[in-house]
Design a protein around this ligand. Sequence first.
Ligand SMILES: NC(=O)c1ccc[n+]([C@@H]2O[C@H](COP(=O)([O-])OP(=O)(O)OC[C@H]3O[C@@H](n4cnc5c(N)ncnc54)[C@H](OP(=O)(O)O)[C@@H]3O)[C@@H](O)[C@H]2O)c1
Length: 303
Amino acid sequence: MTEEENQSWKIAITGGTGMIGSAVRKSLEKAGHEVRVISRSGDEGTILWQPDEGKIDEDALTGTDAVIHLAGEPIAQRWTGEVRERIYSSRVRSTRLLVRALRDLPTPPKVFLSASGINFYPPTPMGAQLDESAGEGTDFLSRVCHHWEGEARKAEEFIPRVCRLRTAVVLSPEGGALAKLLPIFKSGVGGRIGSGEQPFPWISLEDYTRICLHLIFQSSYSGAVNLVAPDAVTNEEFVKTLADALDRPAVLPVPKVMVRMAFGEMGISTLYEGVDAAPAVLQADSFEFRHPKLGPALAEILG
Ligand SMILES: NC(=O)c1ccc[n+]([C@@H]2O[C@H](COP(=O)([O-])OP(=O)(O)OC[C@H]3O[C@@H](n4cnc5c(N)ncnc54)[C@H](OP(=O)(O)O)[C@@H]3O)[C@@H](O)[C@H]2O)c1
């Protein structure tokens, strides 16, 4: 255990009420740190902010050692014009507001972790194994991630370490993509999307929370980080492994036209296409994955 981990840190987290944020908050609290959730809810004990209106309780952030920024409108919904605007502004404008508030503090935090997505990169075939030096794509999610990260990078001027978390699909039965897929696969009608050859980048929720603690307390790294398990799989491999874990068949392929009809561009961008990225920074930084391989990870996650 490092000296930092031994001390109790004050850590503020946006999105701390969400699927990932709740898990990160719990593991930080378990390790003895004081966590304050920054939320739009105004619930007791939380720090109030209203990113849409450019408002945040700056005083409540005084004395914060680390900040984790995960807030954002859910991606998994039909991308109407209004939804696109919310997906974009809930990330870009909220980051701008948060960074501005942190800049005004008498003492800035020591480290800032800011969420981003693996869709920062353009879609790739399997085998591409993009590391963090690869450039951004041009589709909607790539542009969101690019601008989102751009706002986070402004904190590099006054916070010693700023990490941008380029995150793959986070696997947890309690929420996100896996919770949506489970009923379909349990009823035996799951199947590969299109050819199934596209990459399906993934990471377990447990490894995600461990990476946050690693980056805050054990690492001296600053910059982009790919949060993706080392065992890269195709969509077809993912589907087969999930069906095997549930002891169900997965024989019905889902054609592109159905994905487009059901989910619009969101489905094409997140299901029909994929990014093959490698956790190059984490591996160079001696991070050890608890779930490097999909089969054992799913077996454990699904209990
Ligand atoms: N889950 C994944 O597989 C995955 C993959 C890649 C990247 N990410 C990114 O990681 C972050 C956390 O993901 P998650 O799955 O934990 O998300 P989540 O469960 O949907 O939670 C996101 C949180 O953001 C806040 N929020 C929601 N809509 C908002 C809006 N319009 N404006 C401002 N805040 C809003 C909410 O907090 P309050 O209601 O308390 O304000 C909510 O608890 C997101 O930014 C997401 O894009 C997730």
